[in-house]
Design a protein around this ligand. Structure first.
Ligand code: AMP
Ligand code: MG
Length: 399
C-alpha cells in the first residue's frame, strides 16, 4: 500500500493547470493570478506629507513664518525660503526646500510666527517616494489568491484587469443502493446522501465549482452513463462503491471507460480504499462512501489537485506541531488522521480529539479544525507533541 505522500505525488504529477482568462478586477476576486504583476512606477509616486501640519526644513531654526497652503493632491514648484513653513495636508506633495512635517497638534502660532513644540527629526512625517514599492518591483507573484487587499494593491498599479485561471469544475457522483436524496425522511436501511453536499461544500471552499450528478444505484448501465457525463467537467469525484463489496463497481467501470487506475488503497485511516484514475485525460477521484473517509480523503488528495489546477502557489494545508491535551493511541498499521480541535494559546498550538473517531461518525468532523497525524504503532501521552494539519482558514492567514 502506498503512503499519503506517494499518492499525492502521483496525483500532482498527473494534473495540469487550467487555462487562464483576463478579467476585470472585481470579477477576479477569489481567483488565482497567472501573471507576475510588477510596479510600473514608484509607490508612493513622490514624497508626500503623512500628516496634516506644516512642512519645513529641519536644518534651520525652530521658528517660521507661514508661507502658503498645500491641500491634498496639490504640489508646489516654488521653493520654500529659509525661515518659512507651509501649511500642508496629508497627501500633498512636500514642496522644494522642505524635508520634514510637524503635525498641527505640535505647533503654537503667535502673531503669525510658528513655533514647533517637541523634538524635531529630519524627514519626520513624510512618506518617501518609492518607500513601499520601487518601479519594476514584483508586487503580486503568479499563483496568488486574490482577496480584497490584493485587488486594492493591483488597482494602485494602474490596472483594471488581471489574468487568472478559471475555477475548476468538479463533477460529483454518489453511488449506493441505500442512498436517498437530501430532504427526505429515511426508512430503516436508507441513508441520506450527505456526501454530495459535504464534498460540494469542500469544492466551493477550495474555490472550485461543483457539478451535481446526484445518486447512482450500484448498477452498471446507469453508473456508467453518469460517470461518462461527469467526464465533461475538469475532474470527477465519486463516493462509495470503491471497496471490495460485491457491488463495488466504480473501479472496473472507470477502466471500461478507457481509464487507467494510477492507485487504489492508501495507507491511512480513515480513507484507505480511495482510488485515483486518469480517464480520457481527466482526473477521477474515487473516494470511499463513508462520510468521514470521503471528506478526509478529499482533504488529502482532491484539494491539492484542485489548487494545482487553479494555479495556486501553495497547495498543501499547513502542518504544525501541537501539544496533545490527552493521550492518543494508534495501535494500527496505518497512520491515523485523528479529527481534533486546535487552539492557539500563548503562541503554542494545543489539540484534543473530537471524541469517538469511528469513521461513520460525521460528528467527529463537525467540531474539528485540524487532523492529527498519528503514526502507526504509536501511543502518545498528554503533553507530547503531535503533527496537526490545520483545516481552518483562519489559522492559515499570516503563515
Ligand atoms: P461504501 O464505500 O459504498 O461501501 O459505503 C460505505 C458506507 O458509507 C456505507 O455505510 C454507506 O451507507 C455510507 N455512504 C455511502 N455513500 C454515502 C453518501 N453519499 N452519503 C452518506 N453516506 C454514504
Ligand atoms: Mg456502497
Amino acid at each position: 500500500m502506498i503512503s499519503i505522500a506517494q499518492a499525492q505525488q502521483i496525483i500532482l504529477d498527473a494534473v495540469t493547470i487550467l487555462p487562464s482568462q483576463e478579467l476585470s478586477l472585481l470579477q477576479a476576486l477569489g481567483r488565482i493570478t497567472t501573471q507576475e504583476l510588477h510596479a510600473p512606477w514608484d509607490i508612493p509616486l513622490a514624497d508626500y506629507s503623512a500628516m496634516d501640519g506644516y512642512a519645513f526644513s529641519a536644518t534651520g531654526e525652530a521658528q517660521f513664518r507661514i508661507d502658503g497652503f498645500l491641500p491634498a493632491g496639490e504640489s508646489r514648484t516654488l521653493p520654500v525660503p529659509r525661515g518659512a513653513a507651509v501649511k500642508i495636508m496629508t497627501g500633498a506633495v512636500i514642496p522644494p526646500g522642505c524635508d520634514s512635517v510637524v503635525p498641527i497638534e505640535d505647533v503654537e502660532i503667535h502673531n503669525g510666527i510658528l513655533q514647533i513644540r517637541g523634538k524635531i527629526r529630519t524627514g519626520m512625517n513624510i512618506r518617501l517616494r518609492g518607500e513601499e514599492v520601487v518601479a519594476g518591483d514584483l508586487v503580486i507573484p503568479s499563483g496568488t489568491l486574490l482577496r480584497a487587499a490584493e485587488i486594492g494593491m493591483i488597482t494602485t498599479l494602474g490596472r483594471s484587469t488581471v489574468t487568472v485561471t478559471r475555477p475548476p469544475r468538479g463533477a460529483l457522483l454518489s453511488t449506493g443502493d441505500e442512498l436517498v436524496e437530501a430532504g427526505t425522511i429515511p426508512q430503516p436501511g436508507e441513508v441520506i446522501n450527505s456526501n454530495s453536499y459535504s464534498i460540494a461544500a469542500q469544492l466551493l471552499e477550495a474555490g472550485a465549482e461543483p457539478v451535481m450528478l446526484g445518486i447512482a444505484r450500484d448498477e452498471r448501465e446507469l453508473t456508467l452513463k453518469k460517470l461518462e457525463e461527469g467526464l465533461s467537467a475538469d475532474l470527477l469525484i465519486t463516493t462509495g462503491g470503491v471497496s471490495v463489496g460485491d457491488r463495488d463497481l466504480v473501479k472496473e467501470l472507470l477502466v471500461e471507460l478507457g481509464g487507467e487506475i494510477l492507485f487504489w488503497k492508501v495507507s491511512m485511516k480513515p480513507g484507505k480504499p480511495v482510488a485515483f484514475a486518469m480517464v480520457r485525460g481527466k482526473p477521477v477521484f474515487a473516494l470511499p462512501g463513508n462520510p468521514v473517509a470521503a471528506m478526509v480523503s478529499f482533504e488529502q488528495f482532491v484539494r491539492p489537485a484542485l489548487l494545482k489546477m487553479a494555479g495556486h502557489s501553495r497547495i498543501f494545508r499547513p502542518v504544525v506541531k501541537a501539544i496533545l491535551g490527552e493521550a492518543v493511541n494508534n495501535p494500527g498499521k496505518r497512520p491515523h488522521l485523528v479529527r481534533g480541535t486546535v487552539e492557539l494559546t500563548n503562541g503554542r498550538y494545543r489539540v484534543v480529539s473530537t471524541g469517538n473517531q469511528s469513521s461513520g461518525r460525521i460528528s467527529s468532523l463537525t467540531r474539528s479544525n485540524g487532523l492529527m497525524l498519528v503514526p502507526p504503532d504509536t501511543l502518545l501521552a498528554a503533553g507530547d507533541d503531535v503533527d496537526v494539519q490545520l483545516l481552518d482558514r483562519n489559522f492559515e492567514m499570516g503563515r
